[in-house]
Design a protein around this ligand. Structure first.
Ligand SMILES: [Zn+2]
Length: 77
């Protein structure tokens, strides 16, 4: 499980069940297991500090590289 955090302020955003060792390009909503502090505005996913983390694409969030960091382990697919 990964803990996704804002790169700017390091706040926790959500916990994500990442399968496989690839880059985190998308977060599928069905695999977001815990929600922390973030908000949505139109289709933007924003940290409470105001930085945009990703774009809401419906079933998944398209992540913006360099706007987030993560800790934890990816799961073997
Ligand atoms: Zn932030």
């Amino acid at each position: 499980m990964l803990t996704i955090k804002c790169a700017a302020c390091k706040r926790k955003l959500w916990k994500y069940d990442k399968i496989g060792h690839g880059q985190v390009l998308r977060c599928h909503k069905a695999r977001i297991k815990r929600h922390y502090d973030y908000r949505t505005a139109d289709n933007k996913i924003l940290c409470v500090c105001g930085k945009q983390i990703g774009v809401d694409k419906g079933s998944f969030i398209k992540m913006i590289a360099k706007m987030f960091v993560y800790t934890g382990q990816k799961r073997h697919g």
